[in-house]
Each structure stands twice: as structure tokens, then as C-alpha cells.
Ligand binder design. Structure first.
Ligand SMILES: [Zn+2]
Length: 418
């Protein structure tokens, strides 16, 4: 029995709906009996949900399975091309938008950088570009999912004041995008969105709890507990980046000292490399540093580490050990089934995951933590984007009664430009 079945009423129905969808996505074509057996649900419960999904055009009948005496059972599969969603990934340096189908395949993608205009204008630009490029108007767009750096107000869909994005303060993303495009919009914190991508489209089964670590410019975390994003009071849960690791540690962009982000993120790695170059530590990165401090990007540091530069390697491995400490603390607190890593630092330098795993497993209390799986995100650099798609898909499948099949109207687009 799955551990989520003790929920009540509508919550159970929503969860069962997402389980059934995931099974059909992975195993389809499939019969109702097979779904009921797979998920330990009653045939009646499966029938109700399948009928809803057929009505919504999300799944369809595709033929008959083998008869076991009586009438042959109907086979169901995803109606893969019935709807697409728009996914938007607001990053510290870039904003991407993509049209994504129910299999998490990217149909079309556009990217702009965040410089030069107010953030919301850049978001409009990237979505407008995406919509202008659409050639297949017969596939409906069902909604917009947005992934953005925290903190956010998830209920109202508002970005608050992300510490690594100067000048961004209280942007009503949900309200503004719904108003402009007439599409249901959901905003989620980047690490939560990525965690949901793993559960919705990745290798995680629906009854596994996961800790997702997004190690990029900054360092964020997301928790999936009982198949749902765990938000906590005021959306404050999952902020592993601001877990205090060193009481006398370096100042973090959040204002505190010794946070995991200040010791293990892209920002931390860049700062450490500069410190050591100034101290005279020999490194092949020195030339780039002398030319232009800003040239010391994470990509460059990782490249040099891979080519054998000892300083780059030493600092990346040090960041990995700190990451392991943070993960050990998180495991002691809620013991997830899986720890999944995304963000450019671990995508470009997967060795860091091995180091973090080694340290984390050494430092945790439970003897069972040895069995916790450590893995890299299935979606590499696109994890936030696919996460944004998962966020809006989950919302649409949870509340299909809402504005589900709105079609983008080009008139709305061209007349509402402010
Ligand atoms: Zn901090």
C-alpha cells in the first residue's frame, strides 16, 4: 500500500488521478483492470477517473486488450498531441520559454538574457517570441508554468525578492501573465519545479520522497513528500541553501554567514577561486582572472578542473564536501528515498555528486541512509523548464474544471502589449 492513501476526499482523488496518468504515460496502452491492479485501487475508482480524463481529451481509447473470458477490455493511452503547455524558466542570467507536450518533449524553445529591461518585460518578450513561432495552431495551449528563484508566494503567484537578482521585487507573475495571455498560470520556486519534474516525468515513483538540490549560481532545494511539493509555513521549506554549515563562514547573499550557498554554490566556487589566486596559488585560471575577473565563469573553472588544474579541482571538491554536509543534515531531518542533483555546477561536474554522497552517508545517523539513492537530474540543463511544465500539468490535472483548454488568441496578444 502506498503511504499516501491516508489522505481524505478530493486530495485522494487528485493523487490517484496523477498516479493513473503517470501509469498510462509509462505503460500505455493499458486497461482499467491493469491500472487498478498496479495501483491497488478499486476498479470503480479507476473507472471514474479514466472517464474524466477521456472527457478532457487527455487520454483516449486505442483498441482492445486480450479477453479473459468476457468482452475484451478497452485499452487506453495518452492523447499525446491533444494539449501543450508553455513552460517558462526565469533564471538569474537567462529567461527561457518552451512549448512542451505531455511527454515533456520540447517542441520549440526561445531564450533571452535578463539584462536591459524590467524582468517582466523580458518574460513577455520570450513568451511572445515563442507564440509568434507557433506553426501548429490546432494543438491547444492549456496553461503556463513558471519556474523562478525563491522566495516566492506560491498561492498568489508572486516573485518576492530573490537575493541573487538585483532590482527584482514583488512581481505578480501569475496575475500579469494570466491577464496578458488569458491562460491559467502557476508559479513555482525553481528547485520545487525541478523536483516535481523528476516525479512527474523522471525515474522517481509516486510514493518516494525526494530531496532535490539545485546547485547553480545560487543553491536551492525542493522537497517532495507524499507526492506533493512540501511548502511549509510561508513557503519556507526546502531552503537547504541557507542551512548554516559554518558559524564563522563567509557572508551569504541572504545576509547570514556560513550558509551552504556561501560554501558550495557557483557563487561560492567563484569567490574561492579568486581568493586563492590573490593568495598566489598557481593555477591555469590566472590568465583569465588577470584579463577580466568576470571571465571566471563556472563553466571555465570546471573546464580547467577537467584539464587537470589542481586549484579548480581542489575548490570544486571542497564545495562537494560542504554539499555532503548539508545533505547529511537534510537526511537526518527527513530521510528522503532519493537525493537528486541539478543545476549547472553538478550537471557540468558530476564528480561533485559522488563526493557529496560519500560525505553525506558518512555523516548521517540512520544506518538505513546507506540505501538512499543519489542521482543526477534526468533533465540536465532543462530541469527547470521541464519542471515548469510539470507544475502547470499537475495543476491542470488536479483542477481540470478550471480554464483548461483556453486557446491563445493572437488578437489578445497584439492588443494587450503595454
Ligand atoms: Zn544564506
Amino acid at each position: 500500500m502506498s503511504k499516501v492513501k491516508n489522505l481524505q476526499g478530493e486530495g485522494v482523488r487528485q493523487l490517484n488521478r496523477s498516479y493513473i496518468l503517470k501509469q498510462i504515460r509509462e505503460q500505455g496502452p493499458i486497461t482499467k483492470i491493469a491500472l487498478a491492479n498496479y495501483l491497488s485501487l478499486t476498479f470503480a475508482a479507476v473507472s471514474n477517473i479514466v472517464a474524466d480524463l477521456v472527457k478532457l481529451n487527455v487520454i483516449k481509447e486505442v483498441g482492445y486488450g486480450e479477453s479473459e473470458g468476457g468482452r475484451p477490455p478497452v485499452l487506453y493511452d495518452m492523447n499525446w498531441n491533444s494539449i501543450h503547455v508553455i513552460a517558462v524558466d526565469i533564471g538569474v542570467e537567462h529567461i527561457s520559454a518552451a512549448e512542451i507536450d505531455l511527454k515533456a518533449r520540447v517542441i520549440e524553445e526561445t531564450t533571452v538574457d535578463t539584462q536591459g529591461a524590467p524582468l517582466i518585460e523580458r518574460v513577455y518578450t520570450v513568451i511572445d517570441q515563442l507564440l509568434e513561432r507557433r506553426t501548429n495552431d490546432s494543438v491547444k495551449i492549456a496553461g503556463i508554468g513558471v519556474s523562478a528563484p525563491g522566495p516566492i508566494d506560491a498561492r498568489d503567484g508572486r516573485m518576492l525578492t530573490p537575493p541573487n537578482m538585483e532590482g527584482v521585487s514583488n512581481i505578480d507573475i501569475k496575475y500579469l501573465l494570466e491577464d496578458r495571455y488569458g491562460l491559467t498560470t502557476v508559479l513555482e520556486k525553481d528547485a520545487n519545479a525541478s523536483a516535481l519534474a523528476e516525479q512527474w516525468f523522471g525515474h522517481v515513483t509516486t510514493d518516494e520522497d525526494i530531496l532535490y538540490i539545485f546547485n547553480d549560481v545560487g543553491l536551492g532545494g525542493g522537497l517532495i513528500i507524499n507526492a506533493r511539493v512540501h511548502r511549509g509555513f510561508g513557503n519556507g521549506a526546502g531552503e537547504i541553501g541557507h542551512m548554516a554549515i559554518d558559524i564563522d563562514g563567509p557572508r551569504c547573499n541572504c545576509g547570514n554567514f556560513g550558509c551552504l550557498e556561501a560554501l558550495s554554490s557557483g557563487i561560492a566556487i567563484q569567490r574561492r577561486v579568486k581568493e586563492e589566486i590573490r593568495r598566489g596559488y598557481p593555477t591555469t585560471l590566472e590568465e583569465a582572472f588577470v584579463r577580466n575577473e568576470k571571465a571566471l565563469t563556472i563553466d571555465l573553472i570546471i573546464n580547467h578542473a577537467k584539464q587537470g588544474d589542481q586549484l579548480a579541482k581542489h575548490i570544486l571538491d571542497e564545495a562537494g564536501r560542504y554539499l555532503g554536509l548539508g545533505v547529511a543534515n537534510a537526511i537526518n531531518l527527513f530521510a528522503p528515498d532519493q537525493v537528486i542533483f541539478g543545476g549547472s555546477v553538478t550537471v557540468l561536474y558530476p564528480e561533485m555528486i559522488k563526493i557529496a554522497e560519500h560525505v553525506a552517508k558518512q555523516r548521517t545517523f540512520s544506518p538505513f541512509s546507506e540505501r538512499i539513492t543519489f542521482a543526477q537530474s534526468k533533465f540536465h540543463k532543462q530541469s527547470n523548464l521541464v519542471g515548469a511544465a510539470a507544475v502547470i500539468q499537475q495543476r491542470l490535472f488536479d483542477y481540470p474544471e478550471g480554464a483548461f483548454f483556453l486557446k491563445v488568441d493572437r488578437v489578445v496578444l497584439s492588443t494587450s502589449v503595454h
